[in-house]
Design a protein around this ligand. Structure first.
Ligand SMILES: Cc1cc2nc3c(=O)[nH]c(=O)nc-3n(C[C@H](O)[C@H](O)[C@H](O)COP(=O)(O)OP(=O)(O)OC[C@H]3O[C@@H](n4cnc5c(N)ncnc54)[C@H](O)[C@@H]3O)c2cc1C
Length: 353
């Protein structure tokens, strides 16, 4: 189905009012030819193309002047061997529902990734992660359509170049792919992961903790900590946790001994962006209808449902500047900024507001 000048407010979790020149609902692979014709026409008109999932990691900074392809492909194929469960999941399936269904069926492994909004096709793009587990731990294959020539391809885990909130889909293949399905391999020999954050309270031995308990704990913790986008517009963690040199980390620790810090294998140190923002006294800080969430400083919210993209952009800039001044740490946004012509970033859009 194709819609013209269609509102995207219902299709982004920030609930920002923006329009797409054209919106195509890609619900079935049999629409392949129609899709390719639309892509060709859009390119001939020199308009941009955006692939959209649930819109929970996207900030529309402006109306989108091209074709938005909303991926709504559905279906889950489950096979198994003596050692593994194998799931081939269509890109439009809801991520959290997948996690819930698998845990209910005794297919364990995804429980730490419960309540991450969005659809399965977006999960490899930023290698979603939470509570010590990332998509890359289970993803064995990503199938996609090349948006340049319409050909179909598959990538292995290694070829996806997964890293912290990163993958080939944000690098070499950026703006080039429409992911159609993601294949996951979940070992039947299940291993609990409770070493991270508030899950530390759970006992890590399989005898005493179940995947369902972890799932329930993750859902409870996330519900307490994070605003529900259906109630309060937001895109989850707005900024990435910054990775700084050991030298800078030690300098900061000499003034802030309670600063959370996580040494990395390469010698650098990961800091908690939320803590840095909180230390600047920014919880509750507002610009227009946008605010820093009172419970979780890493989340920017559309407080009254009427925040404009400019409100969010100005607030993000203010937060970035305050953290830079106080800690000499540069925050990068995790949320993807989309303007009329495609992906952009905070530095580029701040001059226009
Ligand atoms: C309350 C809240 C909590 C969150 N918590 C976490 C968390 O703990 N960990 C985490 O990693 N993330 C988290 N997020 C961010 C977000 O949920 C994830 O990034 C999620 O994967 C986005 O899915 P989406 O379908 O909404 O993606 P969208 O916002 O629609 O798209 C995100 C990017 O993926 C691309 N994309 C989407 N679908 C496809 C496709 N089929 N093919 C090619 N490209 C595609 C888009 O072009 C865009 O660049 C949170 C967000 C919210 C609102």
């Amino acid at each position: 189905m194709i819609e013209k000048n269609s509102s995207l407010k219902a299709f982004n979790s920030f609930s920002i009012d923006a329009e797409a020149h054209l919106l195509f609902h890609f619900t079935d692979l049999s629409q392949h030819a129609e899709l390719l014709a639309l892509i060709k026409k859009t390119k001939e008109e020199s308009r941009p193309i955006l692939v959209l999932g649930g819109g929970s990691n996207t900030l529309f900074c402006d109306d989108f002047d091209g074709l938005v392809i909303k991926v709504e492909l559905m279906g889950i194929k489950h096979t198994e061997t003596s050692e593994y469960h194998l799931l081939e999941v269509a890109a439009g399936e809801d991520w959290h529902q997948l996690v819930e269904q698998t845990v209910e069926q005794g297919i364990n492994g995804l429980e730490n990734l419960a309540l991450i909004p969005g659809v399965v096709g977006a999960a490899p793009v930023q290698n979603i992660g939470a509570y010590g587990v990332e998509l890359k731990d289970f993803c064995v294959q990503v199938d996609y359509i090349d948006l340049i020539d319409g050909s179909a391809h598959s990538l292995t885990n290694e070829q996806c170049k997964f890293a912290y909130r990163d993958s080939i889909f944000k690098g070499e293949l950026k703006d080039r792919v429409l992911i159609t399905s993601v294949s996951l391999k979940l070992p039947k020999q299940w291993q609990a992961h409770c070493q991270y954050g508030l899950l530390q309270g759970l006992n890590e031995t399989e005898e005493s903790v179940s995947a369902l308990q972890i799932f329930d704990s993750v859902c409870r913790i996330r519900t307490e900590k994070l605003p529900d986008p259906k109630v309060l517009g937001n895109a989850g963690s707005f900024f990435k946790n910054p990775i700084v040199s050991e030298y800078l980390s030690e300098q900061l620790l000499s003034h802030h001994s309670d600063m959370p810090h996580y040494p990395q294998q390469d010698g650098n140190v990961k800091l908690a962006a939320g803590w840095l923002i909180d230390q600047c006294g920014l919880k509750g800080h507002k610009i227009g209808g946008a605010a820093v969430h009172l419970q979780q400083a890493l989340v920017l919210i559309n407080e009254d449902g009427r925040a404009t993209a400019d409100d969010v952009i100005q607030l993000a800039w203010f937060v970035r500047e305050q953290v830079l001044q106080k800690f000499a740490v540069l925050l990068e946004h995790e949320v993807r900024f989309i303007d009329a012509q495609g992906e952009t970033d905070l530095l580029q859009v701040i001059d226009n507001v």
